[in-house]
Design a protein around this ligand. Structure first.
Ligand SMILES: N[C@@H](CCC(=O)N[C@@H](CS)C(=O)NCC(=O)O)C(=O)O
Length: 219
């Protein structure tokens, strides 16, 4: 069976992407949580993950680190994680890759913290990143969503990459309308997302550097 090494569920967006992908796709795995921001975090993660980062997937003797590599490894073994249609798949890969390598300002300013409810105005840079995400969501739903609820129809890798954004937009009160609002609601309503949020709510660890980013009231 797979083992997925992850960080704190309240804060770790990269862990969420791999975890929710596997859970929503019904892929069985054992999870191992490694606490972030402790004096020995790097060494403890390094014992399982060559990059000293989570998530990291172990499949027997095979070790796969980085969310994109994990997604691709799983896609080779579990059909349906990328769209079957080549044009839709190219789009989904591009949209997932854009999230993987971009949106740094959104990440810094609107850090994922499931305890936070702090509606606020984004800075102009983050506002433009939010507009780009809305554009991606609208385009996916319009061109490839079909009768499904997700960007390319059924839930897949591209949706998993945007799951943390759905939580961030809720925490910081990003106003969405139409297809974007509906898509965010679909992501948050996934049973895997609800399970992740419930697990996060039971966590007691606090990471002051991430909590101070939020500076809002906790919920
Ligand atoms: N590009 C990596 C990023 C992974 C990453 O930055 N993970 C954070 C947690 S969300 C981490 O492991 N940090 C280690 C630390 O804080 O020491 C990926 O896609 O997996």
């Amino acid at each position: 069976m797979y083992t997925l090494y992850i960080g704190n569920k309240n804060y770790s967006t990269w862990s969420l992407r791999s975890w929710v992908l596997m859970r929503a796709a019904g892929i069985r795995f054992r999870e191992q949580r490694l606490l972030l921001d402790q004096a020995d975090t790097s060494a403890r993660i390094r014992a399982h993950s060559p990059s000293s980062k989570v998530p990291c997937l172990h499949d027997g003797t095979v070790v796969v680190w980085d969310t994109m590599a994990i997604a691709e490894y799983l896609a080779e073994r579990h059909p349906g994680l990328w769209p079957a249609d080549s044009e839709a798949r190219a789009w989904a890969r591009s949209a997932a890759a854009e999230m993987h390598s971009g949106f740094a300002n959104l990440r810094n300013e609107f850090g994922m913290n499931l305890r936070v409810h702090d509606p606020r105005e984004p800075s102009p840079t983050v506002a433009s990143e939010i507009e780009r995400i809305k554009e991606i969501w609208g385009e996916g739903r319009r061109r490839f969503g079909g009768s499904g609820n997700f960007l390319c129809g059924a839930f897949g890798i591209v949706d998993a990459f945007y799951c943390p954004v759905a939580f961030r937009f809720r925490s910081y009160g990003v106003a969405l309308t139409g297809v974007c609002a509906a898509y965010q609601a679909q992501l948050i309503a996934l049973s895997a997302m609800q399970e992740w949020a419930a697990d996060a709510a039971r966590e007691t660890e606090q990471i002051p550097k991430y909590d101070s980013l939020a500076q809002g009231h906790q919920r």
